[in-house]
Design a protein around this ligand. Structure first.
Ligand SMILES: *Cc1c(COP(=O)(O)O)cnc(C)c1O
Length: 375
């Protein structure tokens, strides 16, 4: 926090920045590596944060990168990733060709995609992404056991497997199922179940199973500083000859990013106090997208170089709102502040995943934040 505060002080006013800390990324990757069972491959899901410094750090700290577009693939190649896994339901021929050239392992999402891949002359190992009949996990954004555009419906798997085009060899399954799961024992049970199901399915269809990709979904709790308990994961049994791939984004990157922005105005209307920020949901859309209130910390700024009075509120709840012309531009509702002044900074921790990358930057055409990478 000291480095962060110093870096923020050096910014031009009005201050507005994303800060990423690569030491935190390294620490998170190390913790996860220590928690997973033998024969687990750790990939970082680039979509959580595609900042080149983040991607480069994770390419070094993890075994590789998981990508979901041609743009992410290019980032992963530039970052020098040893392994690249490419998923996503809408791959274009250009993307498929680039993925083959980069030696990426493709998670194929439909029989149509299989035929398109074969028509490109592919001669490669692949995994099939499957939407299983039962989704055993809770969390947000459930993707399997329910109608979604992701993967092949389990009931259609027999006909798909009976008709794999020449040149393509199925070596495993991709079973990413959920986002932001906070239940460690449930996640361990999900991994075990994914392995069991894959072994059984591979045996039935005579597939030489080498890969079980259980996706991402390890959660962080934005309302506290808790994360999913990883301890239960170590007891998952990965059979000899099989590689368990995990590809988390949020758990690795969330704690490595802060969004910080200056209070431009303070006002009370109809009994509610608003801190109006130089920034907002066009930089940090996550709380608006997921419908929660993201807690902030205050960094007091002592200088006040202006001729007019500094505004201040004390001992009161405030809503932290942005600079957009919409009442939905809200980052935080009703957080109690001991004291808050115009010119002070609000810092939103846990903004390193699905922060800038999912936000609608061009709405209203305000200046982007400054991006700083520590150390
Ligand atoms: C989004 C995604 C991930 C990463 O999910 P997190 O919730 O950030 O861990 C991994 N794999 C696939 C296929 C994804 O779509």
């Amino acid at each position: 926090m000291a480095d962060l505060t110093a870096a923020l002080h050096r910014l031009p006013t009005p201050r507005c920045a994303y800060l990423y800390d690569t030491d935190v990324l390294r620490a998170r990757a190390g913790q996860l590596r220590a928690a997973v069972p033998p024969r687990t491959t750790l990939l970082y899901a680039v979509k959580a944060n595609g900042h080149p410094d983040v991607v480069r750090t994770m390419a070094q700290q993890c075994d590789g990168l998981e990508v979901a577009s041609g743009g992410e693939l290019a980032l992963a190649v530039t970052a020098g990733a040893d392994r690249i896994v490419f998923g996503g339901p809408a791959k274009t021929d250009t993307e498929l060709t680039a993925a083959l050239k980069a030696g990426a392992l493709l998670n194929v999402e439909s029989p149509h995609e299989l035929r398109r891949l074969a028509a490109l002359g592919a001669n490669t190992d692949i995994c099939l992404r499957v939407n299983r009949a039962e989704g055993s996990l809770t969390g947000s954004h459930t993707m399997t056991g329910t109608p979604t555009p992701f993967g092949i419906d389990e009931t259609q798997l027999p006909s798909v497997l009976a008709d794999i085009p020449p040149g393509l060899r199925v070596i495993g399954f991709h079973l990413h199922a959920v986002s932001n799961n906070l239940d460690g024992p449930a996640h361990a049970a999900f991994l075990t179940d994914a392995i069991d199901w894959s072994l059984k399915t591979a045996f039935s269809y005579d597939i030489p199973l080498r890969v079980v990709n259980a996706g991402g979904g390890l959660g962080v709790d934005y309302l506290t500083d808790a994360s999913i308990d990883l301890t239960p994961l170590s007891s998952v049994q990965v059979p000899d000859g099989v590689e368990l791939i995990l590809e988390p984004g949020r758990w690795l990157a969330a704690d490595a990013g802060w969004y910080a922005t200056e209070v431009l105005d303070l006002k009370t209307t109809h009994g509610r106090t608003f801190a109006v920020l130089r920034g907002g949901t066009h930089h940090f859309r996550l709380p608006a997208a997921w419908g929660y209130s993201h807690p902030f910390q205050i960094i007091p700024i002592d200088e006040w170089p202006h001729p007019y009075p500094r505004l201040q509120v004390t001992d009161t709840p405030v809503d932290a709102v942005g600079e957009l012309c919409t009442p939905r531009d809200v980052l935080t509702r009703n957080q109690h502040v001991p004291r808050l002044r115009t010119g002070d900074l609000l810092v939103f921790p846990r903004a390193g995943a699905y922060g800038w990358d999912i936000s609608h930057h061009d709405f209203l055409r305000h200046d982007p934040p400054t991006f700083l990478t520590l150390p």
